[in-house]
Design a protein around this ligand. Sequence first.
Ligand SMILES: NC(=O)c1ccc[n+]([C@@H]2O[C@H](COP(=O)([O-])OP(=O)(O)OC[C@H]3O[C@@H](n4cnc5c(N)ncnc54)[C@H](O)[C@@H]3O)[C@@H](O)[C@H]2O)c1
Length: 374
Amino acid sequence: MLYITSMPAAFAFSLGELNPDSVPGPCIPKEVALRACVGYNWQHISTCGRRDEREWNVPVVVTGIGYIGSELVRLLLAEGEEVIAIDNFFSTNAADTRSLRRQPGVRFIRGDVANPKVLEAALSGPVHTVYSLAAQPSAHPKAASVAYMERSNLVAPRVLLDAMAARDVRRLVFASSLRVCGEDLPALVTEAAPYGPFRDISHLSKCYTEKLMEMYAATSSVSCAAVRLGVTYGVSPVMKDDYRFVTVPNKFCLQALRGEAIRVYPGGHMPIGLIHVADAAAALRAAVAATGSGGFTILNAATEACSVRQIAALVAGAARRRGRQAVVSDESVGGEREVRIASRLGEYGFAARHTLASGVEEMLDYWEAKCESS
Ligand SMILES: NC(=O)c1ccc[n+]([C@@H]2O[C@H](COP(=O)([O-])OP(=O)(O)OC[C@H]3O[C@@H](n4cnc5c(N)ncnc54)[C@H](O)[C@@H]3O)[C@@H](O)[C@H]2O)c1
């Protein structure tokens, strides 16, 4: 049996050492409580007669507080978590994260996640979950050197897993990508879909990290979940306008508002998985529950699928309704194909709240307001 209370952790901190036995709450069945963990802080949970001290007032670590990581931090803080955040500002402007870093409940460490000393500082006290998002995420040829990519995307995950195993930090949630299944997705993409062919090291590196997590889950006490995110869109606390680090739907919105042609490359007829940034953060959060039973789990997190060509048409249509002259330059040749993306995330309480169509309107609103204010 487990107790669950909804007292926010921030309040718990203000009380200092909170004794779980002093918090009244109904006893509810274990399986119901475990499912409820998705929406609750682990430190709100105590076992009747047996409690895990490590879960009380224990922070989480988020590496990479860029586009998705900043939204995840916002979600975690709203749930009452205390967050230790790490970033080296490789692809994010430090100034854009200032207000997030100053939030009560955030401790920020500036540094490279491939540096064991940085992780030592983050994991020096108890930590109940690490969310790993720091990476060189872009397939753009001018995004970074190969050496930097290898350090951030290959060395860093191994250094992180070593540090977690050494310090008995038991839950790792990793921001993987649906692109591990290749560019040409099968008609039904399940979590068991095989790895596909690659054209860039950034996406290839996700396969290595998934297998690394599988290995550490089998040989250490770290439980791992790889969340295979679709291409992410929508407004987050850290928005980018450098095309090297902007995803396709976001870039098309910017191009439409800047009066630039929306360019669809030759492979633009192929379907891609998509997810709103708030849903991506919720999916990463929900994935913690999948680490509860140990081992290694893969979870798909893409709530829609359509081609880049269709995204271009959607953005152009929305921009034209706002009186913009949106032009699409379409170099794609193939026909459309339907793809369905299955996900086990629903088993852990995840439900999508956004659609690409509403996300496009939200982004156009955001960038229009930004242009007007500058
Ligand atoms: N955006 C997407 O569509 C998408 C889709 C699938 C997977 N992902 C993955 O999700 C994660 C987050 O993506 P994002 O879009 O928020 O990217 P982002 O570039 O906005 O965020 C990554 C953050 O990590 C930081 N970083 C990079 N290397 C680092 C290092 N060595 N040490 C410390 N910090 C470092 C960057 O400065 C940046 O703030 C990435 O791992 C990415 O591959 C993103």
